[in-house]
Design a protein around this ligand. Structure first.
Ligand code: F6P
Length: 510
């Protein structure tokens, strides 16, 4: 099997020509996949995080890593530009203004070509390829054209935009064509599936029908196209479904029960001045996370006396992210200014009310913070899933702690026992934070039990297994009726047994 993602599971972001040092990559994708991808026959294709030629890192957990080099123009136009200056804001309900730039688009297409060819080179005949995220939406079709023998899955970690926003994208048709090269397309939420299908109806230039649901989980799109050679009609089917991503529940449980973690959590509370209430936010420093909204609500709760600045602290961990992009810089400045303003008004000597850190924390540090916090604030304006919410729940083996969770995060579909909130509604945000902060031990326990059961019953492993099982069954049924194609003669021979469910080669037109 081949995993394809913009980032490898480790990255070396250090600038300059110093020695290459590898760190775990940030974000939900890498952490969810790291916990499930541990097979020595696997290859992970991705970028190292540094511009210029960098040798592929050594295998991680036995998985071979294949680095796709990006130069500084690629990083600027493909990563900062089209991926994070066009698609990211557009797919997050225009939380910032997307820029539409031809140069960015050309570079995005060129880098997607490079990923497709790197993948084609390392995939064994009839291998399963799992492509991830918005950076690589053209890869499924590009890879299909090169390697019709492969079974191809695509998973989108971020939301899919509503039809009327997607309509703005000058390259909307090309993006849909790219994604539809996959056998199975997965999204975090059912609403994303619906939005994607709606855009396929309206913007795909192909004749499409949506077949009645086969299983509860996926919908089948059937496309009728004219074959370029014979002119005859040929049909292709693509499955689309919701596969909510998750975390390694047992790992967080184990870590949070270790004595050092519990001691560290207690020490954290002591260092914070032993407040009655600790509120916590843990986010990449991204304008979609609603950090400013949360700070505003907190400021107002202090100002009106609903929260006592002598007994309450807010710890905000913000991991720097995409800091070459102007909107991210502006946002980081606004957050820092707001933290300064709140502390300027409400802190006393040696006792800030907001403790703000801008660095990545180790898993042990984070788990201790989760245990130390009475309330976790997840107030995203729009979020694919938000795994921090699930990590908090998995860490609370004591069944304490309250989760305030944005309705606009994918996690809200599952974690309905959280204190759900509309972060755009400041009054609702204030009310909900106050309610969570003042809730009784019994009420927190009642909710946390339900939340823990939910996260325990659907882990990262379940997510990956469900996606891959569905992918193999989809491909199996496609192959049994029509087949897909032969690998090219130069395809790398398979080193081990074929993945379960992959089917023998047969000729096919799609
Ligand atoms: O949430 C979307 C996402 O691309 C994740 O898949 C990824 O883990 C995270 O953002 C980190 O982003 P970046 O790779 O830009 O630091």
């Amino acid at each position: 099997m081949v995993i394809v993602a913009n980032r490898l599971p480790v990255h070396c972001a250090d600038p300059g020509s110093g020695p290459v040092r590898w760190h775990p990559s940030p974000g939900g994708l890498a952490s969810a996949l790291r916990s499930v991808v541990q097979d020595p026959r696997m290859v992970w294709v991705g970028w190292t995080g540094r511009a210029g030629p960098v040798r592929s890192p050594l295998p991680v957990d036995g998985v071979t890593l294949a680095a796709v080099p990006l130069d500084s123009v690629d990083v600027q136009d493909y990563y900062n530009g089209f991926s994070n200056g066009t698609l990211w804001p557009l797919y997050h309900d225009i939380a910032a203004r997307p820029d539409y730039d031809d140069r960015w688009w050309s570079r995005y297409a060129a880098v997607n070509e490079r990923f497709a060819s790197a993948t084609s080179e390392c995939a064994a005949p009839h291998a399963t390829v799992w492509i991830h995220d918005y950076h690589l939406q053209l890869v499924p079709a590009l890879l299909r054209a090169r390697r019709p023998d492969l079974t191809i899955g695509f998973f989108s970690h971020i939301p899919f935009p509503p039809r009327d926003l997607f309509a703005q994208l000058p390259w909307r048709e090309e993006i849909l064509q790219g994604i539809l090269g996959a056998d199975l397309v997965g999204f975090q939420r059912h609403c994303d599936v619906e939005k994607f299908i709606r855009s396929c109806w309206d913007f795909s230039c192909r004749t499409i029908s949506v077949l009645p649901t086969v299983s509860g989980q996926t919908r089948t799109l059937r496309f009728i196209d004219a074959d370029a050679g014979s002119g005859e009609s040929v049909s292709t089917e693509v499955r689309v479904g919701a596969f909510p991503i998750s975390i390694d529940f047992a790992l967080f449980g184990r870590r949070s029960q270790q004595r050092e973690t519990r001691t560290r959590a207690q020490r954290t509370r002591d260092l914070l001045g032993s407040p009655t209430t600790v509120l916590l936010g843990v986010d990449r420093l991204d304008y979609t996370k609603g950090i400013l909204h949360r700070l505003k609500a907190f400021e107002e709760l202090l100002a009106c006396g609903d929260l006592d600045p002598d007994r309450t602290v807010l710890v905000q961990v913000a991991v720097p992210s995409r800091d070459r992009i102007p909107d991210y810089r502006t946002h980081a400045e606004q957050v820092a200014a707001m933290v300064g303003r709140i502390n300027g008004t409400h802190a006393t000597a040696g006792h800030p009310v907001v403790h703000y850190t801008q660095r990545q924390h180790s898993p042990a540090e984070l788990t201790a913070l989760y245990l130390a916090a009475d309330v976790l604030l997840v107030t995203s304006l729009r979020d694919g899933m938000n795994l921090v919410a699930k990590e908090y729940v998995a860490s609370r083996h004591d069944e304490q702690g309250a989760l305030v969770l944005s309705e606009f995060a994918g996690a809200a579909d599952e974690l309905t026992a959280a204190y759900l909130v509309n972060p755009h509604d400041l009054q609702d945000l204030r009310r909900t934070i106050h309610q969570a902060a003042t809730s009784s031990v019994a009420e927190r326990r009642r909710r946390m039990r339900i939340l823990r059961q939910q996260v325990r019953s659907h882990t990262a492993h379940d997510w990956a297994t469900e996606f891959l099982d569905t992918l193999r069954s989809v491909r199996g049924s496609t192959c049994s009726s029509s087949g897909r194609g032969q690998p090219p003669s130069n395809a790398v021979p398979s080193s081990g047994s074929l993945p379960t469910g992959s089917c023998p080669a047969a000729s096919v037109t799609i």
